[in-house]
Design a protein around this ligand. Structure first.
Ligand code: NAP
Length: 327
């Protein structure tokens, strides 16, 4: 029988609404409490999604007896402090990507999970997307041969947004890399591991954030070209090309509903539409891990999160992207 797990949510913005809609689709997942900086906002969110408790401050949720696991959906710059305080209070954590803004934060978060023996996972939902899971399986079966080339991009026009908002504000760790560049870097890391060398170029915006970044990850016998940007759109497709064939992931590839495999000019289509928006699968993983008293997922482990932020740190070091609070 599935264990019932009580969920709390912190930061009731855009993604929290989408996530909670998927949470309602997962058997045994119960939204019991939500926390906002504003009690009115918390009450409204709780009434829409039928949560028992609404808190007008985050501390109350850390200390709440009503929740087992907290989903953190605040801007990046608050992830580490919130997760650490909640874990000290014995709460399990699913934290939006990136887990922390840099390796120092991520290492502290993981050390806290280990010390307090609570579950901690970065909400890298693409890892659990059915197409990505299938692609990893096909590659392990050598269907496209040895990977020689990966291309993945993620860009959209965001310069019309508020300069105080989390995308354009450097004090909230804004910029393209941590928000969306993390996905192309993730795909390359998932399939090829860590590169031998990284080349990267970034452009900065007047607010002080990095607004577009092109990256080449060079491996022993493969290359990945990766891109993220907030000043124009990209087609958001991903290509994985091997010695025997290629895989083309449908846009937007990080939340894809399918892909095609081309071998000897023959195209095979895979239609793997997601349940809900796709957050469903990471939620299932959290439920399974907590039910088994695990403190990390084997599919997206603590080491995976350390490696991913390490790669982002390396790109930032190449292109000189530093947040004001890191000085
Ligand atoms: N997986 C995905 O597809 C996906 C998509 C979008 C975003 N995300 C991630 O989710 C996180 C939140 O993104 P979002 O788009 O939901 O952001 P958002 O709409 O701006 O919401 C963030 C929430 O964080 C809280 N918050 C606390 N301190 C804040 C501050 N100083 N300024 C602004 N908000 C503050 C606010 O909630 P209260 O007012 O209720 O306290 C706010 O509503 C980010 O880490 C992002 O990377 C993931």
């Amino acid at each position: 029988m599935k264990q019932n797990i009580r969920w709390g949510v912190i930061g009731l913005g855009n993604i929290a609404h989408k996530f909670v809609k998927d949470l309602q689709l997962v058997e045994g997942a119960n939204l019991t409490a939500v926390a906002s900086r504003s009690i009115e906002k918390a009450k409204e969110f709780a009434s829409i999604y039928n949560a028992k408790k609404a808190y007008g401050g985050y501390q109350e949720l850390y200390e709440s007896e009503e929740v087992d696991v907290i989903y953190i959906a605040t801007p990046h710059s608050f992830h580490a402090n919130i997760a650490i305080e909640a874990m000290k209070n014995g709460k399990h954590i699913l934290c939006e990507k990136p887990l922390g803004v840099n390796s120092i934060e991520v290492h502290k978060m993981i050390a806290t999970a280990q010390k307090h023996k609570v579950f901690l996972m970065e909400a890298l939902w693409t890892r659990f997307n059915p197409s990505i899971v299938k692609i990893k399986e096909l590659i392990a079966q050598n269907v496209i041969g040895d990977i020689k080339y990966i291309h993945a991009d993620f860009a959209f026009q965001a310069l019309d947004r508020s300069e105080d908002g989390r995308l354009l504000n450097p004090n909230l760790a804004g910029g393209s890399l941590l928000d969306i560049g993390i996905y192309p870097i993730f795909l390359s890391y998932l399939l090829l591991g860590k590169p031998n060398e990284i080349q990267a170029f970034s452009k900065m915006y007047k607010t002080g954030i990095e607004v577009q970044t092109s990256m080449i990850f060079d491996f022993e016998s493969a290359q990945a070209t990766l891109y993220s940007g907030l000043n124009s759109k990209s087609d958001m497709k991903a290509t994985i090309s091997g010695t025997k064939g290629s895989i083309f992931i449908q846009p937007r590839w990080h939340e894809t509903q399918g892909f095609s495999v081309e071998i000897d000019s023959e195209l095979m289509e895979y239609d793997l539409s997601t349940t809900g928006m796709g957050f469903y699968y990471e939620i299932l993983e959290v439920q399974n891990c907590i039910s088994r008293n695990k403190i990390e997922s084997e599919l997206w482990s603590h080491q995976n999160s350390k490696d991913l932020i390490g790669l982002i740190d390396s790109v930032r070091a190449k292109t000189g992207v530093v947040f004001p609070f890191e000085n």
